[in-house]
Write a protein that binds this ligand. Sequence first.
Ligand SMILES: Nc1ncnc2c1ncn2[C@@H]1O[C@H](COP(=O)(O)OP(=O)(O)OP(=O)(O)O)[C@@H](O)[C@H]1O
Length: 264
Amino acid sequence: MNSSEIIKLIAINYQQRLHDINISVDEGSCLFLLGPNGSGKSTLLSLLAGHSPACQGAYSLAGRRVADYPISELALQRAWLPQASPPPFAIPVYQFIALGLHPLGINLEDEQACLVINQLLTRLDIAKLVTRNCDQLSGGEWQRVLIARTVVQVSPKLNPQSVLCLLDEPLTGLDLKHQIEVLQILKEFSLQGITVIASIHDLNLALNHASEVLLLNSGRVVGQGDANDVLTVGTIKQVYDVDTELLAVNGRQFIVSAALSRSV
Ligand SMILES: Nc1ncnc2c1ncn2[C@@H]1O[C@H](COP(=O)(O)OP(=O)(O)OP(=O)(O)O)[C@@H](O)[C@H]1O
């Protein structure tokens, strides 16, 4: 393990869903997982969260085999936002977000915890919803509540042992303003040394916000590295079967569908 490597996967195979995955991720990286529907992004995130004990190969987090972590220690090191989970039961929003404190052994009597939660409520624009139950929210509001609960668990201000924040399609259902705020929160986390791994479908957001990307296809890694190197017209055609063009605007690259750009 090199000094900044936080995640190491060697020869991971899982059912028929992931094949020969060998990856390494550095501390503080903001890595976006990309790939078509069914390519294995959720499966890989679940495995990184420590939820696929029957996989073949080796997975180490912070230099230790994940299989050797007691679940209570794993919960201190990483948080995981699964994809599109419905509200579990009719619990008030504030109490649901505070569930993220549970693995840390603190509760709402902790002043710093209340401060962190209240800041998140403001930033994610959910302060006005706190007294409502989780099953009385719109899809985008519920997604922001889920993100808040996940982020609280690995907030460096509350949890000095946190190293990893895993999010499966965190931007799904969010409007533009809330997407930007979530991306900003994730960037701040990575700048504070927390490794962020999130799956998304928007290649342009990946180009402009990821420190690196990992592109999957049919459960195999097609490429990992700088988004500009991995997301070429050739790899996009190979993986998504879509013809694209790259446009440069104010020094930034954007991917557009070749068919759509010709039809206007
Ligand atoms: N519980 C399951 N049992 C068996 N196969 C599954 C299960 N869940 C998913 N799969 C299969 O595993 C493969 C990878 O699925 P996964 O959900 O990881 O893809 P994904 O890249 O996250 O897709 P999407 O972009 O649609 O969310 C797919 O072929 C899928 O059909």
